[in-house]
Design a protein around this ligand. Sequence first.
Ligand SMILES: Cc1cc2nc3c(=O)[nH]c(=O)nc-3n(C[C@H](O)[C@H](O)[C@H](O)COP(=O)(O)OP(=O)(O)OC[C@H]3O[C@@H](n4cnc5c(N)ncnc54)[C@H](O)[C@@H]3O)c2cc1C
Length: 360
Amino acid sequence: MFDARFLVVGQGLAGTVMVDALLERGVSVHVADQHISGAASRAAAGIWNPLTARTLQESWRFSTFIPLALSYYQKKCAERNIDLPRSLPLLKALPNQHSLDHWNRTAENPESSCVISNGSPPANHQDRLQIGPYCGWVKGAGQLYVAEFIEAARRDYIETGILQEAYFESQGVEWMPQGGLKWNNNRYEYLILARGHQERFDQVFGWLPFNPAQGELLSVSSPDLQIPFIVQASGFLLPLGTQRYLIGSTYEWDELSPIPTEKGLHELMRIKEGITPLNLQIDAQLSGIRPTVADRRPLIGVHPANQNLCIFNGLGTKGVSMAPAMAQMLVDHLLKGSNLLPETDIQRFLGRYRRSTLQA
Ligand SMILES: Cc1cc2nc3c(=O)[nH]c(=O)nc-3n(C[C@H](O)[C@H](O)[C@H](O)COP(=O)(O)OP(=O)(O)OC[C@H]3O[C@@H](n4cnc5c(N)ncnc54)[C@H](O)[C@@H]3O)c2cc1C
């Protein structure tokens, strides 16, 4: 009766991971996506970092999410014949002796990702780094080439005939009295919207507290830099191989430009100056809008008034580490009725939904 059981809209990181999770369970799925400038996944640096910047504590549920994420990315990258996710050491600049003392006290806990530090940057890189006299190594960080990952998945979906390059509008959906929906002449049981920050423009889920943040990056190159690890200061430097690096990223909450800006360039140059004194060749400037949420937790779940309409969003600044675990959770919820994590379930905003229906 259905052309496919699920229709996923959006093929950024969220949509890709969701489609793969459904296919892995043997469930039929179609995906609709149209390139819209400002998509977060096409700009993402793809770093996973176990530490929260300020407190040095583990990022929310990181040690639960990351093993699942890495085994999924490794499998799919190998199947799709692209670069595997890479573990990378991360050198974090610290502002002063007090922070270094805090760092070393934290590092005494064997479960911490901080490594006990004498504070100094590595001697063989000192002339190319400008990060001040205090720093420490973080273990357990790494990077996935996100744009390459979603592009490889896209080729796969086109080849298997499940991807439509189409702009989706919720007004074009016909909800069927016998259950399910019709869109573009196809019938589905469930609709999952994974449209990133664009979701806030549609009233269907527009009542959720999206708080998007534009981010910009510089793609640079230098034969002299030769830094084989991530450096984190007021921003980061990420080695991509073959003398290429990413410098990022900015956070802009007010003027959300889908394309790179002068203001972003200025900020990125400031970040660069805080990491290395070398002149780097700028190859490109990228911009994307992160789907961040007021309470910094994902937005997963089923619409309060329609059990066939779901959202997979709110991956914010940590899509790489969180997306695979979140997708498993939503698939288990829909197929087996298991509970979502309350912190991620959109039910936590039921009050907002009710207020929005009263105002309508
Ligand atoms: C500069 C920057 C750096 C980042 N660095 C990192 C990092 O190092 N590590 C990390 O974990 N995360 C990082 N992130 C965050 C990460 O990119 C996001 O968490 C993640 O990519 C969000 O994916 P998404 O699929 O929800 O959204 P998006 O990537 O925005 O994807 C949404 C997709 O839906 C499509 N779409 C939207 N509306 C429609 C429609 N109506 N019809 C059809 N298609 C539609 C869009 O074209 C797009 O393809 C970064 C983000 C930015 C901007």
